[in-house]
Design a protein around this ligand. Structure first.
Ligand code: SF4
Length: 391
């Protein structure tokens, strides 16, 4: 099998990992094929900027048994691998033709975590040293990798990820008998956090992680408690949420998901316009609500304590979590458009970070004469109106 044919399979199998920020507002454009048949992914990288990335596994063999994963050892699927030189050479050729933004390197576990990391690192090393590639390289850390292997990856990568998958050891144990949650996952995440702390040698390296949503009986409350901790204590740059869907990886099952989620903050997209990918709508809406809560942490100044959960510990699927907060905190409204701080404006449903900044900048020079003068889209204006006064 030639390299392009192998990549056709391996890049397709890499689609389930969202940790490299692969996303687009148009699900049908979530991935593209080149003339030679390779899959390429539109991305927004954590350090800023967007473009097209080659995202691939180096091997879809795996000795692990994660129940949610189509590549688990017991699954009957064709198994192939790429050698580091083969992949590095192919990427550089593609890079010359397509001006790619970078490469995302991941792999199933071949033998041991460190042996697998050796291949990922060898590929990155060839790109950096032999081909003098200075662009974006994202390396997926394999759970259970040694500190030496992670150090080698950190020295070459622009970004790394280690997927947390579940909120806690008990949920992990339901899905995998091979992973030691505390040592392989929490230990790895903590080590990455320490090595990329400000003023450390690898401070420039972005770090991301991903939850699989709905594969065990975890609640949103548990997922978001871990999310909050990873942002606050471990200083991660981004968390991703991937809705589990039975039959993933089996193209003969109609429910298989082929697109990534629309990753959008709550103030940018009305529910009616949500572009839902194929699959179970409830689990995809759950995933969307988790993204909205995540945006509230990162861009709106919300804390974990600001979220409301139902008796089962889940976010309400029918109301966006920011609107829910506003409904439960009537004493915080209405907010004055003329005097409110940016932080208070950000609590108003319908007003996002861009609009809050614009309002504060605008009123320094010109008094705001009416809500309509903000030129909010109609659906956002309707959402914001009950919570605002002019003075
Ligand atoms: S270790 Fe990764 S590739 Fe292997 S079964 Fe688990 S999730 Fe899939």
């Amino acid at each position: 099998m030639d390299t392009a044919s192998k990549l056709d399979i391996l890049a397709r199998d890499a689609q389930y990992d969202l940790s490299c920020a692969c996303s687009t507002k148009r699900p049908e454009e979530h991935r593209k094929r080149t003339d030679s048949g390779s899959w390429l992914y539109p991305v927004t990288v954590a350090s800023g900027g967007s473009g097209i990335m080659l995202k691939t596994l180096m091997s879809n063999m795996c000795t692990n048994d994660c129940k949610y994963c189509p590549l688990r050892e017991c699954n009957d699927t064709s198994r192939i691998s790429l050698q580091p030189e083969e992949l590095a050479r192919f990427f550089m050729q593609l890079q010359a033709q397509r001006n790619l933004i970078g490469i995302f390197l991941s792999s199933g576990v071949i033998g041991s975590p460190d042996k697998t990391m050796d291949r990922l690192v060898a590929t990155a090393q060839l790109l950096r040293k032999q081909y003098r590639y200075r662009g974006y390289i994202h390396i997926k850390m394999i759970p259970g990798a040694s500190h030496a292997a992670m150090d080698a990856a950190l020295s070459l990568a622009s970004a790394v990820s280690l997927n947390i998958e579940t909120p806690g050891a008990a949920h992990c144990a339901k899905l995998s008998g091979a992973k030691d949650y505390e040592k392989d996952i929490i230990g790895g995440l903590t080590y990455i956090s320490e090595k990329t702390a400000p003023a450390s040698p690898y401070a420039r390296v972005n770090k991301t992680s991903q939850f699989i949503v709905g594969a065990s009986d975890e609640s949103d409350k548990e997922i978001l408690a871990y999310t909050w901790g990873m942002y606050r204590r471990l200083d991660f740059d981004r968390l991703y949420y991937s809705a589990y869907q039975a039959g993933l990886g089996d193209p003969s099952i109609p429910g298989e998901r082929h697109q990534m989620p629309s990753v959008l903050p709550s103030d940018m997209l009305p529910l009616a316009e949500l572009r839902m990918p194929q699959g179970n709508p409830a689990i995809l809406m759950r995933e969307h609500r988790l993204y909205q809560a995540d945006f509230l942490f990162r861009q709106y100044g919300f804390t974990y304590g600001d979220l409301f959960f139902d008796h089962g510990g889940n976010l309400d699927l029918s109301v966006d979590p920011k609107l829910m907060w506003a409904q439960r905190n009537p004493d915080r409204f209405p907010v004055s458009l003329s005097r409110a701080s940016k932080e208070d404006l950000l609590r108003v449903p319908g007003i996002g970070p861009v609009m809050a900044k614009k309002i504060v900048a605008h009123r320094k020079h010109t008094p705001i004469s009416s809500l309509e003068s903000l030129r909010l889209p109609e659906y956002l204006l309707e959402r914001a109106k009950p919570y605002l006064v002019l003075h």
